[in-house]
Design a binder for this molecule. Structure first.
Ligand SMILES: [Zn+2]
Length: 113
């Protein structure tokens, strides 16, 4: 389950951030996760519940913003939505696409006390 290592990484980032701001507690964490990032959100939430115990983020609310997959098809010269890892243009079925959105995985903000 690679979600657990993702969660550990996230917790490390937010704890560092909170410490450098002299915070005592993390209230909420906002994540941006692309729909093509290959992350199971249910599993991510579960891992977070487990891994955040006894950290500064214990009890912090996890807010997940999903970023839809978008790609550019050179054939059609248009931006189209991408739902799968193998980016195929829904209009012309060419796999020429340059996927420019949807693989994000980042902490967009945290709220601390
Ligand atoms: Zn196309």
């Amino acid at each position: 389950m690679h979600e657990m290592s993702i969660v550990s990484g996230i917790l490390r980032i937010v704890e560092n951030e909170a410490r450098s701001g002299n915070a005592k507690k993390i209230n909420s964490i906002e994540l941006e996760i692309g729909q093509l990032a290959g992350i199971e959100l249910d599993s991510l939430r579960f891992c977070y519940q487990v891994a955040s115990k006894d950290t500064m983020a214990d009890g912090a609310k996890l807010i997940i913003r999903e970023i839809p997959g978008m790609g550019h098809c050179e054939n059609c010269n248009e931006n189209v939505s991408v739902e799968f890892h193998v980016a195929v243009c829904p209009q012309c079925n060419e796999s020429l696409m340059d996927v420019f959105q949807g693989r994000e995985l980042k902490v967009s903000s945290i709220n601390v006390d």
